[in-house]
Ligand binder design. Structure first.
Ligand code: A3P
Length: 323
């Protein structure tokens, strides 16, 4: 079935001939695997992650669809967990891109190895993934590990994704579709790890079913009040702030350290490259753009937005989720 995790790699190689494929707006291929659009270049690493990852109860998994605030969530979670090991002035975030501190499963660890040695990571281990909830390795669902999901207004996510893909597409840029054609595909859910309505709803339902395991965040809420979210996340992760820390402004210090303004202006994030594998690299600067709520209004007209709103209402109507 389309939701079954691949068990035999040889069989899988054969089935690759018949797997539905579509070209994304940046000219790269997407494969319809496990009921989502998996970028072809991380299809194998996704399967290795699903088959080989062994979760520990102490693990922390940061989940998102690309361009929903992953970088921010990585910076905040890393800082919360490691604040006793290194104070803010010593934070590795000052000299390291957040994506090199919290590695991605399918876009990193399992892209470089079928079965990477993750035992050497100090506990709690923090990893990230873009897989939808239903496609996570069984081991994550079985263990007591914690999952933080972040989502964002999909129109802003679309615009953010478009900038990111164009900035990193290099020579392929000529193949990129104009924005209105890209938007057509977006309305069909055709983009990396889409459709977003399924993606978000999976984590939403999981967060309702098990509040100890999954927390569901919205980028826009974090923008309104990062401080209370950082406190909440610290509790959820089992690293609550002491009254002294709160009094001494540690929460605000973390918020400031992880702010877009601050991270964006660091040398490592301006000129560096995030190397996911020898062939998959992204410009460090492309992870930090405007971070504005409602930036879509500068690129999409109202009738496009209305159309998208209807699609979302139709898809999410019964779930109680709106974003
Ligand atoms: P924009 O393109 O709208 O500016 P992701 O981290 O999932 O790749 O998402 C990238 C988006 O998050 C970009 O949005 C980027 O500017 C924004 N972003 C990155 N770091 C951020 C931070 N520390 N605080 C707020 N937004 C951030």
């Amino acid at each position: 079935s389309s939701t079954k995790v691949v068990e035999d790699m040889d069989e899988f190689q054969e089935s690759l001939q018949t797997i539905p494929k579509k070209v994304n707006w940046d000219g790269r291929w997407l494969c319809y695997y496990n009921n989502f659009w998996c970028p072809e270049r991380v299809l194998k690493s996704t399967i290795f992650f699903q088959r080989n990852f062994k979760a520990k109860d102490s693990d922390i998994i940061l989940a998102s669809i690309p361009k929903s605030g992953t970088t921010w969530l990585k910076s905040l979670s890393f800082s919360i967990i490691n604040r006793k090991k290194c104070t803010i002035p010593e934070s590795p975030l000052l000299i390291t891109n957040p994506h090199d501190l919290v590695r991605s499963m399918e876009y990193g660890l399992f892209l470089n190895s079928e079965n990477p040695d993750l035992e050497a990571f100090s506990c709690p281990r923090i990893f990230s993934t873009h897989l939808p909830y239903h496609a996570l390795p069984q081991s994550i669902l079985n263990a007591k590990c914690r999952i933080i999901y972040i989502c964002r207004n999909p129109l802003d996510q679309f615009i953010s994704l478009r900038h990111f893909l164009l900035e990193n597409s290099g020579e392929d840029q000529q193949k990129a579709l104009p924005i209105d054609e890209a938007f057509e595909l977006f309305c069909k859910g055709l983009y990396p790890f889409g459709p977003v309505w399924d993606h978000a709803e999976g984590y939403w339902n999981a967060s309702l079913n098990d509040v100890q395991k999954v927390v569901f965040l919205k980028y826009e809420d974090l923008k309104i009040d990062a401080t209370s979210h950082v406190k909440m996340l610290a509790e959820f992760l089992g690293f609550p702030f002491s009254p002294e820390e709160v009094e001494n402004g540690v929460v605000e210090e973390i918020v400031k350290l992880c702010s877009l303004e601050n991270l964006k202006n660091m040398e490592v994030n301006k000129n560096g490259v995030v190397v996911k594998s020898p062939t998959v690299k992204f410009k460090a600067g492309s992870y930090f753009r405007k971070g504005e709520v409602g930036d879509w209004k500068n690129f999409l007209n109202n009738s496009m937005a209305e159309r998208y709103k209807k699609i979302m209402e139709e898809k999410l109507g019964k779930s109680g989720l709106a974003f």
